[in-house]
Design a protein. Structure first.
Length: 150
């Protein structure tokens, strides 16, 4: 691999580590981060489920949107019963619009969810309900909300 005098032989350097410097090619990998919260939280339960019709590649982004909501706005999580949970959210009309838009998109792909947003004296209250067959999904969503809420 070395030419005369111990210098690299340009003709024999074929590995990627050798080829690019020989060709004079410089490159850099640039990754743009648009949302800090798009990440995998291995210690949090995954609440996406088999009946979900959202493309698999988009599911982490949707979970991240809910995670942002839980982190930014949820002040209380109250499990009403096995199929229902109340989320108390801190915010007014702008928050209501955000929640309505997010939950509308969620019911498009996971039609088993029922969301009901009602104004409250301390912000907004979001009732999340599922049928008995989807209790495990609600359990996971509730756990994420509890762990991520401030």
């Amino acid at each position: 691999m070395s030419g005369a005098g111990g210098t690299p032989d340009d003709r024999s350097a074929i590995g990627a580590g050798h080829l690019l410097p020989i060709l004079g090619v410089a490159f850099a990998i640039s990754v743009r981060v648009y949302r800090e919260s798009v990440r995998v939280d291995d210690d949090l339960p995954d609440w996406t489920s088999a009946p979900c019709t959202l493309p698999t590649a988009e599911q982490p982004l949707r979970v991240a949107e809910f995670d942002d909501l839980f982190r930014d706005c949820v002040v209380a999580v109250d499990r009403a019963d096995a199929t229902s949970v109340w989320l108390t959210l801190d915010g007014g009309d702008e928050l209501a619009a955000r929640v309505l838009e997010l939950t509308a998109r969620e019911t498009e792909c996971c039609s088993f969810f029922t969301f009901n947003l009602v104004p409250a004296s301390d912000g907004q209250r979001l009732l999340v309900q599922v049928p008995p067959a989807q209790v495990a999904v609600l359990d996971a969503l509730t756990t994420r909300a509890q762990r991520l809420a401030p």
